[in-house]
Ligand binder design. Structure first.
Ligand code: CU
Length: 470
């Protein structure tokens, strides 16, 4: 709980009523209601001790909290509305600098939360006011962009839901934040990465969780349609997800509705990505649906849902497509091509930074490893003219997959050299080994926008750059 001070009481008075209708009903379960207030939401980053592995408390955990969610240890699901102002007073109660990045949101550059590129560090004891109007409805998330491997690794990653007043109403909604933790047998954090793994697929966690719990189970109405919002916030792991015991359709990928619903078989989501499903619960009370990661090397049930009550007898055939978000259509007849080659490197470009250097450069974009989050000037990968269409020719010449994430703008997937792709709009594309992919970007948001691999060890050992839109 927050200490009971006059200041906190005032905060409660300011936002408590507004959020009372939108807070979690049970861990992971939220109602489709949000505050329309433009009053700032107080969001604090803080350190705590929490039991993650179900065995013993872990020290040195980091989380976010709001007045509405002081009792939850995991970061709260924040809720905003498309086209309505949303503002956050962020306060840093950690012992180190941080920032908040709003992943997938096409908002002003000054709100993007990247140290040096878009804002100064938020030092311990300091704060920062974030304010924006989300242009897209969907499932997004928030996380630091400073000392990222440690800060996300220790807990700083939460979901941000942007609602649309036209969103279909389902029988329930469950948000699942999927991530791992690097904990030893004594439940304490172990080294966050190993250099030899950072130079490969990344260093995997030892404890796998959903909403900071090992294999949690949630109740949902039997025979009901449940909106599942999944976030892969892990710093390393790529999931191959499958549901057993129930059927589902995909309604959105990376926050963007798919044009028509897709029956779910298995689906890959990589670090940074989100997936919105509508699940049809079994009819029989007590029957369970398991959400499983079926990667052959690391199979794991990540969460379960248990049917309760008399069957509502809903049908997946009744699930409508979600309302598309407005997107600028690329003008391919006048597109400018940008080569973007992902490679390994031996060049030592990593520089010390209070935002955390891992001390190595293993990766590069167009042969340039990012020097780290330092104040040293660096040329953008491309200077893009506002309003013009660009085609990123993204080529992966490494033997590993890389989820490449672009800040501030979306891209449309045009083609791949190795697989059939849908023309989906997204902020993250998982480029497979030896794949070349064409991504169309309308440069419709001015500023310096980071482009990086969301396997954080890759990001922090060189696979980062930025584009400039002027
Ligand atoms: Cu990568």
């Amino acid at each position: 709980m927050l200490p009971l001070t006059r200041r906190n009481l005032l905060k409660s008075a300011a936002v408590g009523g507004a959020y009372a209708s939108g807070i979690a009903l049970a861990p992971g379960i939220t109602r489709a209601l949000a505050s329309a207030t433009a009053d700032p939401l107080l969001l604090e980053a803080y350190g705590l001790t929490a039991t993650i592995d179900g065995k013993a408390p872990s020290d040195g955990v980091m989380s976010y909290r709001t007045v509405a969610s002081p009792a939850d240890v995991a970061p709260p699901v924040l809720r905003a509305r498309r086209g309505e102002p949303f503002s956050v007073r962020f306060e840093n109660l950690l012992q180190e600098p941080t920032t908040v990045h709003w992943h997938g949101l096409r908002i002003a550059n000054a709100m993007d939360g990247v140290p040096f590129l878009t804002q100064p560090y938020v030092y311990p004891g300091d704060g920062f006011d974030y304010a924006f109007t989300p242009p897209d409805a969907g499932t997004f998330w928030y996380h630091p962009h400073c000392n990222t491997l440690t800060q996300i690794g220790r807990g700083l990653a939460g979901m941000l839901v942007v609602e649309d007043p036209n969103d279909p109403v389902f029988d329930g909604e469950i948000a699942l934040n999927l991530r791992d933790w690097r904990l030893g047998g004594n439940s304490q954090f172990i080294e966050q990465f190993k250099a030899r793994d950072a130079a490969k697929a990344g260093t995997f966690g030892t404890v796998r969780t959903a909403n900071w719990q090992v294999e949690p189970s949630y109740d949902a109405p039997a025979g009901g349609l449940i909106r599942l919002r999944l976030l892969a916030s892990d710093v390393t792991r790529i999931f191959n997800l499958k549901l057993t015991g129930g059927d589902a359709v995909v309604v959105a990928i990376d926050g963007q509705p798919v044009p028509s619903v897709i029956p779910l078989d298995t689906v890959v989501i990589s670090p940074g990505q989100r997936l919105d499903l509508v699940l049809r619960m079994p009819d029989d009370e007590g029957a369970t649906v398991a959400i499983e990661d079926i990667r052959p090397s690391t199979p794991k049930t990540v969460a379960r849902l248990r049917a309760v009550g008399t069957s509502l007898k809903r049908s997946l055939g009744d699930v409508p497509p979600l309302t598309a978000n407005p997107q600028a259509e690329p003008d391919l007849s006048a597109a400018i091509e940008v080569p973007l080659v992902l490679s390994a490197t031996a060049e030592q470009a990593a520089k010390d930074s209070i935002c955390g250097s891992l001390g190595y450069s293993f990766w590069a974009i167009n042969k340039v490893p990012y020097p780290g989050d330092s104040a040293d000037p660096m040329a953008p990968l491309a200077e893009m003219k506002l309003g013009r269409t660009y085609v990123f020719n993204l080529e992966n010449v490494t033997p590993h997959a890389h989820p490449i994430h672009l800040h501030g703008m979306n891209f449309k997937v045009l083609s791949s050299s190795t697989r059939k792709v849908q023309p989906l709009v997204s902020d993250t594309y998982l480029v497979l080994p030896d794949e070349k992919v064409q991504l169309a970007v309308v440069a419709d948001n001015p500023g310096d926008w980071v482009l990086h691999c969301h396997i954080i060890e890759h990001q922090k050992t060189g696979m980062t750059s930025f584009v400039r839109v002027v």
